[in-house]
Design a protein around this ligand. Structure first.
Ligand code: HAM
Length: 424
């Protein structure tokens, strides 16, 4: 036998019934985003590599270790998108979006690619629902976005009480620069306690040490100077206003002064949502985001404040308690023709009903009624229609309500109405 060519590690097929749960989640996400007046944005999955290097940041894990980067046939370096914000910013600038509207609200649903160690809730091709707002720097926009995200997660069926919303402010880059020096001085006094990764970050990206997972560094971080305290009064007041508005919108949250995000473009408010629900284990951060007021300009656009988030679809799905089966649309009717002539008789009827949007399966190998009924039940059909020579002669079909097992006769002309009554 020929060897089976395997799928790529960390990249999954999504089959029924799981796909129904995906569709449910995506529909809920769209409904919420549309209610908040976002428009969908579709960008390519491939971009020239410098876009990500310049936006996500050269010394981030994503760019240093995780991108799928290769030269295309023209010899230009391209990368599969590891996230959606960089592409949204590129599209915003290239399409001169600021000339069309003062505030742009975009959302996207799509695959992202990161060469990470795959495990539950961490894949190499994973999907995000993301949203970005360009052209508005009011703190109310920050609060509104975080509240929208909570609404979305609860619409998925996650228990609001099991969500942990954490926020922090990174302030302006100039403020962060001063803090960076304070932080580096602090860590230099405790170099012995730093792990290898953190020592490297001390030179490249010291704020990321705050996010370290080794117990010694975690303990050290408890005493590290807090960024929030070093921020200007204006930044502090802005952050306070975000918190006040979150309170007014009924969002429960905690300020975590150690929260830093893994991507370099952030300024001001940042946030993450974890969930205690479901089967997530260690990968329980379902969503993250924040402001990136300098990114559009740094990629050559106008000075444009912006904020966004992305949520991991696989992780959200793991946290939704209901089984995938419960999201599967039930079959309306199963048609069971008894012989070849009955199949020929039934096929045009079925075709017409399907054209009217009724979900129908028909047995193409007519014969054993018992077998057909077993399939109808397996497919969770609401009703079965049985067609044999008697039915063809009389024009009256034998119909069976599979919920209660009652069998009756329905004239062909009344069949659609009968099915619709049943489905109501
Ligand atoms: P991020 O925190 O890198 O942010 O990713 C957002 C979410 O995507 C994570 O919280 C997680 O749920 C999911 N995710 C990330 N990596 C993986 C993976 N390997 N497997 C499964 N799920 C994953 C961003 O991507 C930013 N672009 C968010 C943003 C938008 N900030 C501003 N605008």
């Amino acid at each position: 036998m020929a060897e089976v060519p395997p799928g790529v590690k960390g990249m999954n097929d999504i089959l029924a019934p799981e796909v129904s749960k995906w569709q449910f989640l995506e529909q809920q996400a769209r409904d919420v985003l549309e209610a908040f007046a976002y428009h969908e944005l579709r960008t390519p999955v491939l971009e020239y590599t410098p876009l990500f290097v310049r936006s996500v940041g050269e010394v981030t894990d994503v760019v240093e270790k995780q991108m799928y980067t290769f030269d295309d046939r023209d010899g230009r370096s391209v990368s599969l998108r590891p996230e959606g914000t960089a592409s949204a910013v590129r599209a915003y600038i290239e399409n001169a979006q600021w000339q069309k509207e003062s505030v742009t609200r975009w959302y996207y649903i799509g695959a992202m690619f990161r060469h990470e160690k795959s495990q539950r809730g961490r894949l190499r091709q994973f999907y995000q629902v993301g949203a970005e707002v360009f052209g508005a720097n009011e703190p109310s926009v920050d609060a509104e976005m975080i509240a929208m995200l909570v609404t979305m997660l609860t619409r998925f069926g996650l228990d609001a009480g099991a969500l942990e919303v954490t926020i922090n402010s990174l302030g302006e880059p100039e403020e962060r620069e001063a803090y960076r020096n304070t932080l580096v001085a602090f860590y230099r006094q405790h170099v012995a306690k730093l792990d290898e990764d953190s020592r490297r970050r001390l030179e490249t990206n010291p704020l990321r040490i705050l996010d370290a997972k080794t117990p010694e560094v975690v303990a050290l971080n408890a005493n590290a100077p807090a960024l929030l305290e070093t921020l200007s009064d204006a930044s502090k007041a802005r952050f306070q206003r975000v918190q006040d508005l979150l309170g007014a919108l009924g969002v429960k949250f905690a300020v975590d002064q150690r929260l830093v995000r893994g991507l370099d473009y952030y300024t001001g408010t940042i946030f993450e949502i974890k969930t205690k629900a479901g089967e997530l284990g260690a990968q329980n951060t379902v969503a993250g985001g924040g402001r990136y007021d300098r990114l559009v300009a740094s990629l050559g656009g106008q000075n444009t404040p912006a904020i966004g988030f992305a949520l991991g679809i696989e992780r959200a799905l793991l946290a939704i308690p209901d089984s995938a089966e419960s999201y599967e649309p039930a079959l309306a009717v199963f048609f069971a023709p008894m012989d070849a002539a009955a199949l020929d008789f039934a096929l045009p009827i079925v075709h017409q009903l399907r054209g009217k949007g009724i979900r129908i399966e028909i047995e193409h190998k007519p014969g054993k009624l018992g077998k057909s009924m077993a399939r109808a039940n397996k497919l969770r059909a609401r009703a079965a229609v049985i067609i044999g020579s008697n039915e063809m002669a009389s024009g009256k079909l034998t119909v069976k309500d599979l919920a209660n097992g009652t069998q009756s006769e329905v004239a062909l002309a009344d069949l659609e109405a009968w099915i619709r009554r049943l489905l109501d």
